[in-house]
Write a protein that binds this ligand. Structure first.
Ligand code: UDX
Length: 430
């Protein structure tokens, strides 16, 4: 099939690379000349394991192309995917301006029959709006159907998730569009959820909000476990074996960040409000998440006594491992609070440093964990990179002024680490 993908962020680029890998001709349209030039050379703007290789394969097989132009790709395509950003406005609502702008441009280039499918996370009703814009801007002979095909990939395992999804959601009222999208996705072995546009739009928000709720529930259980001398990790393992609950996304720690959960929880609260429903459960999910970050700061203060003049080392800046993405990373707030209290901060992240330098001020960026540990009074783990699980803790202890570890992602065994002579504090551990 011929496919055009508008947008080359995580969703657009991964979708394009995977569909090219599956044998389709894929055109990716962007709006920044430098990025498109780089992409055509196989240089990708994000760190995502395996993606650069897949893009390079697509380029050399001539199945993947990057362009600044809609013409002639949109008019020649069977399916056009909209995969541009929907950042939150100050009200929490998703900002649809780029999606609507893109819809207008797609409309003017439609030719023959085309399915216009949205991958961007958009509020309920947006695809109807997109259909209206397409209809207003298209040539009278051009025919189209709209569909909502939400994306559930996780950063850091995006290619694996796209090739092995738990389900593929196709929301459309058109049988022809549904059939075409099923044909495109057939090589991906998964089950289909076939529904209308609004249902597909809701599924995406409901999925992300539910996962965020699980994480906040885990953080609330962790908080209570500390108070009653229970071990939250065992409590959560104990409930997770119940298939009705499931053991994923139950890890307590510094809370959720990233480009999706914070934005989508906010957007669902805003959508609910617009429709006269107060989704108070989700407001509490947000509060618990904020508290999870704040609790790391409170624990640091308790472990240090006085923060003023102390040296704190931070291991991990990205919002999760295997990405260089710093959007809404807990590290940003935690470092800002500790700096404000007068601590000197040294940081290290295996991939996130470049992006972090643009956001985090006043911290010293180090080349590795050992440099961070040099003369530190406290080490705080904020991202669970495998590298940190394997560091030489005896060497770290030698370098530190005070051997204290605040493990914001529970990556170490408290008993083992105490035996090494560290003062240790995790999240939810008795
Ligand atoms: C998420 C969804 O998982 C994905 O389906 C959707 O398409 C986009 O949003 P992503 O943001 O890439 O993906 O990362 P994810 O692995 O979900 O982690 C999000 C945040 O939750 C991270 O900050 C992570 O550290 C945190 N998290 C995750 C926890 O704190 N505890 C957990 O148990 C799981």
């Amino acid at each position: 099939m011929k496919i055009t993908v508008i947008g080359h962020g995580y969703v657009g680029l991964v979708t394009a690379a995977v569909f090219a890998d599956l044998g389709n001709s894929v055109y990716v349209v962007g709006r920044t000349a430098e990025k498109i030039e780089n992409l055509n050379k196989g240089i990708i703007p994000i760190y995502e394991p395996g993606l650069e290789e897949l893009v390079k394969q697509g380029l050399s097989a001539k199945r993947l192309h990057f362009s600044l132009e809609y013409d002639p790709y949109v008019s020649e395509s069977d399916i056009v995917f909209i995969a541009v950003g929907t950042p939150p406005k100050s009200s929490g609502e998703a900002d649809l301006s780029t999606v609507l702008e893109v819809a207008k441009k797609i409309g003017t280039h439609l030719n023959g029959y085309t399915v216009v499918a949205t991958k961007s996370t958009v509020p309920v009703g947006s695809n109807k709006m997109i259909a209206r814009i397409l209809a207003e801007n298209k040539d009278s002979k051009a025919k189209f159907d709209t569909a909502s095909v939400p994306e559930f990939l996780r950063e850091g395992s995006a290619i694996h998730d796209t090739l092995n999804p738990d389900r593929i959601v196709i929301g459309t009222k058109s049988q022809r569009a549904q059939d075409l999208l099923i044909t495109l996705h057939k090589p991906i072995n998964s089950r289909f959820v076939l529904c209308n546009l609004e249902t597909a739009e809701m599924i995406k928000y409901a999925a992300n909000s539910f996962l965020a709720t699980k994480i906040s529930f885990a953080n609330a259980i962790a908080k209570l476990s500390e108070k009653v001398s229970a071990d939250a990790l065992s409590v959560l393992e104990g409930i997770g074996y119940d298939k009705r609950i499931g053991n994923e996304f139950l890890l307590p720690g510094a809370g959720y960040g990233g480009s999706c959960f914070p934005k989508d929880v906010k957007a669902l609260i805003a959508i609910s409000k617009q429709h006269g429903y107060d989704f108070a459960l989700l407001s509490e999910v947000e509060n618990i998440n904020k508290e999870a970050r704040h609790d790391i700061v409170k624990k640091a203060v308790k472990m240090l006594g006085e923060v003023q003049g102390k040296k704190i080392g931070i291991l991990g800046l990205a919002f999760k491992p295997n990405t260089d993405d710093m959007r809404n990373a807990p590290s940003i707030d935690i470092i800002a609070s500790l700096s404000k209290m007068g601590a000197t901060i040294k940081v290290y992240d295996p991939q996130g440093a470049e992006n972090a330098k643009k956001i985090i001020q006043g911290a010293t960026f180090c080349k590795d964990s050992y440099e961070v540990a040099e003369n530190a009074d406290l080490l705080i783990i904020l991202t669970e990179w495998n590298e940190f699980k394997e560091i030489n803790l005896a060497k770290i202890k030698e370098k530190m002024r005070e051997p204290k570890i605040l493990d914001g992602r529970n990556i170490y065994d408290p008993e083992e680490i105490k035996e090494l002579g560290f003062v240790y504090q995790g999240v939810g551990r008795a």
